[in-house]
Design a protein around this ligand. Structure first.
Ligand code: ASP
Length: 423
């Protein structure tokens, strides 16, 4: 086990979790299995690992983002990276949901399904915040509270400001900058140590998911699940790979191989936020991405970039419209795209939120919110796939921005070299 790479160990954890979980599924009512395996072994391994990961997210994001911004040393550069990142996030989310709407209209997941056969979970509609409120909420009124509560956008805002002001202060803040750099190294080392336990954590998380999955509820919704997965795969294997080839000159197969570990973690935790530490580590070790870029793109992406979630929402909208025989116009679809892109910003990177946010999209075009109850019944299995796509998008974006910036820096150096030579 010692000589295996993390990717292989994580994969063994995933496969053995699936096998053990699925094998024990028929015995899930057995008191010994439910007490000692589901609530005992699986719970301890899965939640123990997840808690360790959550423990490091806030200090890691804060320290690495302060260090990254301070190292940027240039406001213009920060703005340039920020705009490119946001454009990439929004653009790919829009591509994802448009493809999902077109694909679901062709594949028709809702056709031929008898409504009565579909199990419904309890769904209570929640109020969603207005866009202005979402924007205002990015500014923390109390940064300590933001850190304590793990409000990621607020933490990002405060960390970027801190890093920026450290740059302005220059020499006066040298010691402070050094402290943040040391805290950052400390957190990264902690990530490496905790990731040694990832195979066991993933085994517990996925084992519990497979033993508790409602297979019976899934059958009537199989077409919804399959169509969503087809479109998720299209986004992950075609759209991202074309972008990577064009903008980062990366080979798609090599890229996917290198990110297997964070992808597996996303699949088993259904949480983009939980993948932040491993994504940062992977970008550094496998792709040599500058920390000042990944420390910005990864936490931000885990919080606002949800292509997989938007794809699910696109398929779900078409699916529910087909189930209830409601015709949607081109205008309606346009509203769906717009709302889903905005909703993905407000979707937290934790399990299940994307389906709750679906209410925003459905009510925008007058579709029955009851449909969400049906989808909730099979949510976990779809969440695993969409979270994997969500974090893949963040990784793709980081590599692309890094390569674009490096090319720009090289070009700048060349020009400066020529000017110096002339002088
Ligand atoms: N679980 C997703 C994530 O963390 C969010 C969602 O779609 O529910 O990325």
């Amino acid at each position: 086990m010692k000589n295996l790479k993390l990717i292989h160990k994580v994969f063994i954890g995933l496969v053995s979790g699936i096998i053990v979980g699925a094998l024990l599924y028929p015995m899930k009512e057995n008191p010994i299995v439910s007490k000692y395996i589901v609530s005992g072994l699986f719970e301890f391994l899965g939640q123990g690992f997840l808690r360790l990961v959550k423990m490091i997210i806030v200090p890691l994001v804060f320290a690495s983002l302060v260090t990254g911004t301070a190292a940027m040393n240039d406001v213009k550069k920060l703005g340039r990276i920020g705009i490119k990142t946001l454009a990439f996030f929004m653009g790919t989310t829009a591509i994802g949901i448009i493809a999902a709407i077109v694909g679901a209209n062709i594949l028709k997941p809702g056709a031929g399904i008898v409504l009565e056969n579909v199990q419904k979970a309890q769904y209570v509609a929640k109020e969603t915040d207005s866009f202005v409120k979402v924007l205002l909420n990015i500014i923390p009124t109390n940064p300590i509270e933001a850190l304590v509560k793990g409000e990621m956008l607020q933490v990002i805002f405060f960390a970027v400001m801190t890093g920026f002001v450290i740059t302005i202060l220059g020499e006066k803040a040298n010691r402070l900058q050094g402290i943040f750099e040391e805290v950052n190294s400390l957190m990264l080392k902690m990530v490496s140590l905790i990731m040694e336990l990832a195979p066991f954590g993933i085994f517990g998380l996925i084992g519990k998911t497979f033993i508790t999955l409602g297979w019976a509820a899934m059958k009537p919704l199989a077409s919804f699940i399959i169509v969503t997965y087809i479109l998720l795969l299209f986004h992950g294997l075609v759209v991202y790979q074309i972008l990577l080839r064009v903008y980062a000159k990366e080979s798609p197969v090599a890229f996917l191989k290198k990110i297997l570990a964070p992808m597996t973690l996303a699949f088993s935790t259904s949480s983009s936020a939980a993948c932040i530490p491993l994504s940062l580590k992977t970008l550094k070790e496998e792709f040599n991405v500058e920390e000042k870029i990944s420390s910005f793109t990864i936490p931000l992406g885990a919080t606002i970039n949800m292509d997989g979630t938007a794809i699910m929402q696109g398929v779900a909208t078409v699916f529910i419209a087909q189930l209830y025989n409601i015709h949607l116009t081109t205008n309606d679809y346009f509203m769906v795209v717009l709302t889903a892109v905005l909703a993905s910003i407000g979707t937290a990177g934790v399990p299940g939120v994307g389906t709750i946010m679906l209410s925003m999209v459905l009510s925008q075009v007058g579709l029955p919110l009851e449909g969400i109850g049906m989808i909730l019944a099979v949510d976990r299995i779809v969440d695993m796939g969409r979270t994997t796509v969500n974090i893949t998008g963040d990784l793709v974006c980081s590599v692309i921005i890094d390569r674009i910036e490096k090319r720009a820096e090289n070009a700048e150096e060349k020009v400066q070299g020529k000017v110096a030579a002339k002088i």
